[in-house]
Ligand binder design. Structure first.
Ligand SMILES: [Mg+2]
Length: 149
């Protein structure tokens, strides 16, 4: 799974740069979970829909679909116009919550998760030596690799 991680850095004047928080924001989360569960979907443009009907929108899209300009929230009509071969996948919310718990556990094995903001976003407050830029970068990399199923 691809885990997008954003840093928020706090720079104190006259000292080495430090990082106070590590924000983890999973990119294309629902689509990435489906690609993890179903290898045949990997590398393909997919759109996650709440129901398989013509009158809905994509609630998540894969990186491959984004490359065609398909964005989250786009109607199916527009998604198909932008990417005629997009594959639609019905959402499985329980599965996304299961993965969420696994990912929180994996990150917690590296650094305590301070806040969970949503199914695909969490934040870790860095303490002491963790705040040094080099150490924070290592924590990010370790969290990233442990979160990959
Ligand atoms: Mg996200």
């Amino acid at each position: 799974m691809i885990l997008g991680v954003r840093f928020v850095a706090a720079f104190a004047e006259g000292s080495a740069p430090t990082v106070e928080w590590l924000f983890l924001d999973l990119n294309s989360y629902f689509a990435s979970v489906e690609q993890q569960e179903r290898p045949e979907l990997r590398g393909r443009p997919i759109g996650i829909v709440p129901l398989v009907t013509e009158h809905t929108c994509c609630i998540a899209v894969s990186y491959e679909a984004k490359a065609y300009g398909v964005k989250t929230g786009v109607s199916l009509e527009d998604a198909k116009r932008l990417c005629p071969h997009i594959q639609l996948v019905e959402a499985r919310p329980k599965l996304y919550v299961e993965y969420h718990h696994r990912i929180v556990e994996a990150v917690n094995s590296c650094i305590p998760v301070t806040n969970v903001m949503s199914v695909d976003e969490m934040a870790c407050r860095l303490m002491g030596r963790e705040r040094a830029l080099g150490n924070a970068t290592t924590i990010r990399s370790t969290s990233n690799s442990r979160s990959a199923p």
